[in-house]
Design a protein around this ligand. Structure first.
Ligand code: 0X9
Ligand code: ZN
Length: 793
């Protein structure tokens, strides 16, 4: 062990003993007297606009004119920028259209400042009244009714450790450029002989490496006091804190944070003096993994200046060293930012996705967290890879995940649009919804060695299926030879054990598979999985093993209604409530519109392998991307669907969605069971995938099935300068069952009749592969003969 690790180790050990916890020292000169302080009026004659560039040259000319980029994404297209009003003329000269978001930045900032001061006054009064009765409680929602200065945040943590030294202690992660302590708090159940703290794995959370993101330290401060408060009353929190140590650093960039209170509300970086009058390094471009790559700047004046070398900044080093001090105890990490309502998983420096099965692991995890958040205040957080937002290199999760195999996320808090000044009323609901997600995140992290199994895939009659299961080493390592599957096809038989096959390992997740024997229709396969750690802990999936196993019954998706859009079978474009003036849905072979060198915002082709037509919002390319896109709302209504043939009827369809900006722009899907008189919401697509994506909707989950079902697809473009493109193709209606044995029973109703002939002829004339009865990839005369032969049997 070198000297350095020895110090780290000693430091870590000291954290484990709450008796050593000294309160965080605050510096009175760091505190502003809110009612009397007047921040310098430096935003006079500045505005925030959304400028839309169409070429890299325009963007290159634009950036030097800006004071700061507010959008999460810097790229050609719409960009939110802070800019001097006098520079707007230059935008006009550069032919860059813009729309004003904040007309007078100084007034806006002053308005918010007065809000903070008014709330502060009220709070002081309330506190004075309360303190006459009792001391400050460990957690008080009222504290979250306003933004708090650095010292207040330190006091908040100090209050927690004073009231609950058995649960919490504070620590210093390191010092900032200007020498301030980067403080944090550890929350964990009391240290006991049976469950020593030192054995518990660590969840590491930090926030506010970007100074202006004021909602972030409020969120993580909420976690600290709320966890401590809930420990006594909420068994769920108790078991989480029994199992882990939660380390929270609310303000990763204390110098910058103070500077946003005292000098520049919209300061982002740390306060490094870069000389030449330039200050600040972006701490979230200063981590070593792929440092210097795309989405970071080598220019000292840039908002995303990466610093002279990886970990050049003491703030980044403090967070890194804290993480390293946990060694292999570190299970999971989150870096909280604002804004945009996003749950970002690795990686950020490249569009190349991470390897499977980690990718599936992160997708499922973040979708789950998004649903947790949604359940609290109905706020949607988009779970996407960070590169889906924009490329950024030297960001923290890339380091945690790629260099250390630690599950790691960036969460962009409220609001949805890029405002660093949401009103103080947003603090509490934002914290509450994220607290809900945090609890789930910790639960995912602490299974002894996390294992999960996908919902059993549907077995096709007479075919083998691949069952898969996943393991993530947490506290203990999986014995790689141990995963075994136990199967049987009759409940009176014993189970047969078979070792599962290991797939090549990814960074954090190991996948094991088993191919079953072919399963006949009418047979039920029951199975469970067992594995052990190298320490001998046994994990059974599902937990009750042979007593309540997983089961699967072969079922085939039986498609009895197909709409390939090659002919119009009753689709309706338009609804009285539509407002779109352009970009109206039409049946068309879409014309390609490039987004960048490799991707299209409007595709070259429809989705069907045969044919070329789909529904698209206009679908003509136009002179610029913003021509012929949707402005307003436009509705497309499907033909009538009969959903009464089976209990579980699904509609699947392929959709395209592109939007140029995170805003209210969306592709909404609604469902009706009364032929379009009334509509209920089904889905909202907001993520740009640059490809056709398949959606599957289980009708009974949304509406009472009838034979009068219709779907309505509404493309919404909230603002004319946004680009929105949407497409729909290949809609099918399907149920799961054992299929009819006669191939000519095309509508799968068990009878051969006129409807099957009609269906055959429609498919035949559309060259639909369903009409390819001879299976030679062509629809020709021989298929008619083959159909008639099958029909007459
Ligand atoms: O740019 C950042 O550091 C984060 N966004 S913020 O608006 N808070 O500055 C997001 C980083 C996420 N990573 C990638 N987009 N690659
Ligand atoms: Zn940020």
């Amino acid at each position: 062990m070198n000297m350095y690790s020895a110090i780290i180790l000693a430091f870590t050990l000291s954290l484990q003993s709450p008796a050593c916890a000294e309160p965080i020292q605050t510096n009175a000169t760091d505190q502003i007297d809110l009612p009397t302080y007047s921040p310098p009026q430096i935003y006079q004659d500045q505005v925030v606009v959304r400028a839309t560039t169409t070429t890299q040259a325009q963007l290159d000319a634009l950036l030097p004119l800006t004071e700061s980029v507010w959008s999460e994404a810097t790229g050609v297209g719409p960009l939110d920028i802070q800019i001097k009003r006098i520079n707007l003329d230059a935008l006009a000269e550069l032919n860059i259209p813009y729309e004003t978001l904040i007309d007078d930045l100084q007034t806006h900032t002053n308005d918010r400042w007065s809000q903070v001061i008014d709330t502060h006054r009220q709070q002081i009064q309330q506190q004075a009244q309360q303190e006459n009765q009792a001391g400050a409680p460990i957690h008080d929602d009222a504290w979250f009714s306003n933004y708090k200065q650095l010292n207040d945040i330190a006091d908040h943590l100090n209050n927690i450790i004073t009231l609950r030294p058995d649960l919490a202690s504070v620590f210093i992660a390191g010092q900032s450029v200007e020498g301030r302590d980067i403080f944090g708090i550890t929350i964990s159940a009391p240290d006991t002989a049976e469950n020593p703290r030192a054995n518990r794995p660590v969840i590491f959370l930090f926030s506010t490496v970007h100074a202006r993101e004021w909602i972030a330290p409020m969120t993580t401060s909420y976690f600290a006091s709320k966890l401590a408060q809930d420990y006594d009353t909420d068994p769920r929190v108790q078991s989480l804190l029994d199992a882990t140590r939660i380390y929270i650093v609310p303000v990763g960039n204390p110098d910058g944070y103070l500077y946003t209170w005292s000098h520049q509300r919209y300061w982002r970086k740390n306060r490094r003096n870069n000389n030449n009058g330039n200050f600040g390094v972006d701490i979230n471009r200063n981590w070593s993994h792929q440092w210097g790559g795309p989405g970071s700047s080598g220019s000292r004046s840039s908002e995303t200046y990466r610093g002279p070398s990886p970990f050049s900044e003491p703030e980044t080093r403090a967070l890194r060293d804290t993480a390293l001090s946990f060694g292999s105890d570190l299970l999971a990490h989150i870096d909280y930012h604002s804004s945009g309502q996003l749950i970002l998983y690795p990686q950020g420096y490249t569009h190349t996705p991470i390897d499977e099965p980690d990718l599936t692991f992160f997708r499922e995890l973040t979708l789950d967290l998004s649903n947790e958040i949604l359940s609290v205040n109905n706020q949607y957080y988009d779970p996407i890879p960070s590169s889906g937002l924009y490329l950024a290199s030297g960001v923290s999760p890339d380091w945690f995940y790629n260099e250390h195999g630690v599950t790691s996320l960036t969460i962009e808090l409220r609001p949805q649009g890029g405002d660093f000044n949401p009103t103080p009323q947003v603090i509490l609901p934002n914290a509450q919804e994220n607290y809900q997600a945090l609890k789930r995140y910790i639960e995912h992290a602490i299974e002894p060695f996390a294992t999960w199994h996908h919902p059993t895939p549907v077995a096709l009659p007479g075919q083998s299926i691949e069952l898969e299961t996943f393991f993530t080493d947490n506290l203990e390592s999986l014995d790689p030879t141990s995963p075994t599957i136990y199967t049987r096809t009759s409940s009176s038989d014993p189970y047969t054990p078979t070792p599962m096959l290991a797939d090549p390992n990814a960074q954090i997740t190991q996948r094991y598979t088993h191919d079953t024997d072919p399963i006949e229709c009418g047979t039920i396969l029951e199975y469970y999985i067992q594995a052990s750690s190298i320490n001998g802990s046994i994990m059974t999936l599902p937990a009750a093993g042979p007593i309540a196993p997983y089961s699967t019954e072969p079922q085939e998706p039986v498609t009895y209604h197909t709409e390939d859009i090659e002919s119009n079978t009753g689709w309706i474009v338009g609804h009285p409530s539509d407002t779109a003036t352009s970009g109206i849905w039409s049946r068309i072979d879409p014309q390609p519109v490039p987004h960048d060198e490799t991707r299209f915002l409007q595709p070259d082709n429809d989705h069907s392998p045969h044919g070329s037509i789909c529904f698209f919002t206009d679908g003509i390319a136009g002179a610029t991307p913003n021509d012929n896109d949707v402005d307003g709302t436009t509705s497309l209504i499907s033909p009538r669907i009969d959903a009464t043939r089976a209990d579980d009827t699904y509609v699947t369809f392929w959709y395209w969605f592109y939007r140029s900006i995170q805003f209210f722009d969306v592709l909404e899907v609604q469902i009706s069971n009364d032929d379009g008189s009334t509509w209920s919401p089904v889905r909202e697509y907001i993520h740009t995938g640059f490809e056709w994506d398949q959606a599957s909707i289980h009708i009974p989950s949304f509406i009472e099935p009838t034979n009068q079902i219709r779907l309505r697809f509404i493309a919404v473009d909230a603002q004319a300068d946004h680009i929105v493109e949407a497409g729909i193709d290949d809609l099918q209606v399907t149920y799961l069952g054992c299929p009819s044995t006669n191939q000519a029973d095309l509508n799968h109703d068990g009878v051969l009749d006129f409807f099957d002939i009609q269906s055959f002829l429609t498919h035949y004339s559309n060259n639909n592969p369903i009409a390819d009865f001879t299976g030679d990839d062509e629809t020709d005369f021989f298929d008619i003969t083959a159909f008639l032969t099958a029909y007459s049997n």
